[in-house]
Design a protein around this ligand. Structure first.
Ligand code: TXA
Ligand code: MG
Length: 332
């Protein structure tokens, strides 16, 4: 199948109506979209991504009104959506009967978010129903933050990639489960920081305590240890500028290795050194992480060395993705 990269929402929606999933930009990452009520198109998403069927999809709605058609809502849900929607917050709620088991992986809950990106919103509007969309990458690959990343990973398997430029946040949405409102539970770190949610809820949130085992049953498969991994082995350290590798890693650290700093070091950059945020801004660093990993993966480095962020705010989401991307975590 020939994959076209273009800027026409109408063309993207035309393909959706023909039963073909297409890649659409959101403010977090690019999604591989299908209409909520087209099981045939949703099946193709699982096939194209090579995604296991036990990994449920996020439903994207235009507003609170549309949310009410797919999930049970409460005053707390309404308050959260008024504060954080449209935007990168996904809520896990009790599903309504119209949402198929194919979307929820047989669970009684559904994950819903309301995207901010205008092109994605238009696509929902023109389709006339919510769109399900996982990130537009093959299973366990790094999520795409540009149309080119999608083309590199899924080119030949989908008809259309709607190009909306680079994603503003560059990390997948924060996922909060409200199945038990007495105990809000974070399922995935993301652009909406835990501290911000706790301040709004005036209640502590249970956060993921590390990564779950691949064998155990799980709430949110996005918590798999091996997720978001570049093909090139990544080594995670605390502070790259001052890092001295243990002797057994010395050769790997030096032999054709890419070094990724969060902020500019206080000396000129050497060959193979990259900076995620030239402006020294953690949000900027987070938004560029996946794009940087995608680029380095195509450049033939033998290893990638990256440094962790301070563990607060968006830094937690950044560290979460780095930890999952890491082949070896050398922070302790
Ligand atoms: O930012 C995003 O959320 C992007 C864009 C495209 O919207 N989407 C995204 O989808 O990251 P995906 O499929 O890559 O990740 C969805 C995550 C998975 O970890 C899945 O397990 C979890 O959401 N999820 C979906 N439905 C769930 C449910 N009912 N209960 C718990 N977790 C759920
Ligand atoms: Mg994904």
């Amino acid at each position: 199948m020939k994959t076209i990269v273009g800027t026409s929402v109408e063309e993207a929606v035309h393909w959706l109506k023909c039963g073909e999933p297409v890649a659409l930009p959101t403010e977090t990452v690019y999604g591989l979209a299908a209409p909520l009520f087209s099981e045939e198109t949703i099946r193709k998403i699982y096939f194209v991504k090579q995604r296991p069927a036990n990994n449920p999809l996020i439903v994207h709605v235009l507003n609170f009104e549309q949310l009410k058609t797919v999930a049970e809502t409460t005053p707390l849900v309404q308050a959260l959506t008024e504060r954080f929607w449209p935007g990168p917050l996904t809520l896990v709620l009790k599903k309504k009967a119209c949402v198929s088991n194919l979307v929820t992986a047989e669970q009684a809950s559904v994950a819903v978010r309301c995207p901010q990106a205008p092109l994605f919103r238009r696509a929902i509007d023109l389709t006339g129903e919510p769109l399900v969309a996982p990130s537009a990458n093959r299973f366990q690959h790094v999520s795409p933050t540009t149309a080119m990343h999608v083309l590199n990973d899924l080119g030949g398997s989908i008809p259309y990639v709607l190009d909306g430029g680079a994603c503003v946040f560059g990390l997948e949405s924060t996922i909060l489960s409200l199945l038990d409102e007495a105990q809000p539970t974070l399922l995935r770190y993301g652009p909406i920081a835990t501290e911000v949610l706790e301040a709004f809820l005036k209640h502590p949130i249970i956060t993921p305590s590390g990564v779950i085992s691949e064998q155990k049953p799980h709430l949110s498969p996005g918590l798999y240890k091996k997720h978001y991994s570049p093909q090139t082995p990544l080594y995670l350290v605390k502070n790259l500028a001052d890092y001295v590798p243990p002797s057994r890693y010395k050769e790997i650290f030096e032999a054709h290795a890419a070094h990724v700093f969060l902020f500019p070091p206080s000396r000129p950059l050497r060959e193979g050194e990259y900076v995620l945020s030239p402006n020294g801004d953690l949000n900027e660093a987070a938004s560029r992480l996946f794009a940087c990993l995608q680029t380095l993966d195509t450049q033939g480095w033998l290893s990638i060395w990256a440094e962790a962020a301070p563990n607060e705010g968006i830094g937690r989401a950044l560290n979460d993705r780095l930890t999952r991307a890491a082949h070896v975590d050398l922070r302790t």
